[in-house]
Design a protein around this ligand. Structure first.
Ligand code: ADP
Ligand code: MG
Length: 154
């Protein structure tokens, strides 16, 4: 008998590439395979979803995920953004509680995924250029006012 006869598993990618791919099949796979511990479920329920949802006026803030290499940050980001964009992926969530709570954001967003590499370009330019480029892909023509004509970016 071989070890392979005893253990069956899905081979995993070493890291999740959230940004480079624009691959809905891969996004669905990431939702299906995301293992959600009770602690992770709590974080999603108490922090991620309340800040992202816009049905109720909350003190919504940005989210920052911190963790060592390979701990699942990209996988988590991918799952949340896929749920936010595609309501039908809710059914693929493995954790009943997270599935329920995620209904608050499911399908309610257009998601622009980006990554910033080494750059000396002002952050505002990087973000505005990225958003303009993304909007073009969904048929929306929009450019931001030039930096020297804006007194407040908030
Ligand atoms: N909760 C999880 N359920 C299933 N696979 C996971 C989970 N967390 C991490 N992984 C897997 O571990 C690997 C590393 O995760 P990744 O999101 O790329 O890490 P990070 O972005 O934190 O460096 C990937 O293959 C990912 O699919
Ligand atoms: Mg990563």
């Amino acid at each position: 008998m071989k070890y392979g006869d005893l253990v069956q598993f899905e081979p995993i990618e070493t890291v999740v590439q959230v940004m480079e791919t624009n691959d809905y099949t891969e996004d669905q796979r990431l939702v299906q395979t995301f293992v959600i511990s009770e602690r992770m479920a709590e974080k999603i329920r108490d922090i991620a979803i309340p800040h992202l949802q816009f049905n109720e006026q909350k003190d919504n803030k940005a989210l920052l995920t911190v963790g060592n290499y390979g701990t699942g940050k990209s996988h988590l980001m991918s799952v949340i953004s896929t749920l936010a964009e595609h309501a039908e992926t809710l059914e693929m969530v493995q954790h009943a509680g997270v599935k329920k709570i995620s209904a608050a954001i499911a399908g309610k967003f257009k998601v622009f995924r980006t990554e910033i590499g080494a750059s000396t370009m002002p952050l505002r330019e990087i973000i505005c250029q990225g958003i303009t480029g993304y909007l073009e892909t969904i048929g929306v023509e929009y450019t931001f006012p030039p930096m020297d004509q804006v007194t407040n970016n908030s």
